[in-house]
Design a protein around this ligand. Structure first.
Ligand code: HEC
Length: 102
């Protein structure tokens, strides 16, 4: 199964589907530790404090939002600071992890 997933990811890369490349959810989970302080370990967020719920969003949505903050297309001081140190691979990995949260 893992091999199949890897081959699909490799094929997607060869085909050049930039942001459609599957991230590594396990690596993303480790990176998500710092995020969980605000968004919660389960991605439930905290509406009262203005931290949006992430659980239930697709990897493509999460990746798109993170890369938007990093590029400045999405303006928010907190999230721009949070994404400044993330690589493209980190954002794919985090997105893959968040997509597993219910
Ligand atoms: C200090 C609190 C804090 C931390 C830590 C934090 N965030 Fe956020 N996050 C926010 C706030 C506040 C917003 C809403 C920003 C806005 O209005 O655009 C947000 C928005 C987001 C969004 C957009 C959600 C949506 O549906 O619009 C994503 C995705 C996200 N954060 C992911 C992360 C990730 C991944 C990390 C860790 C690398 C992280 N956040 C760390 C506070 C935080």
């Amino acid at each position: 199964m893992k091999k199949i997933v890897m081959s699909v990811a490799a094929l997607a890369m060869v085909a050049g589907f930039g942001s459609a490349v599957a991230g590594d959810a396990a690596a993303g989970k480790a990176k998500f530790a710092v995020c969980s302080g605000c968004h919660g370990a389960t991605g439930a967020g905290n509406a009262a404090l203005g931290y949006p719920k992430l659980a239930g969003q697709s990897a493509a949505d999460i990746y798109g939002k993170l890369s938007g903050y990093k590029s400045g297309a999405r303006q928010n001081a907190t999230m721009q600071a949070m994404t400044a140190g993330l690589s493209d691979a980190d954002m794919h990995n985090i997105a893959a992890h968040v997509a597993t949260l219910k």
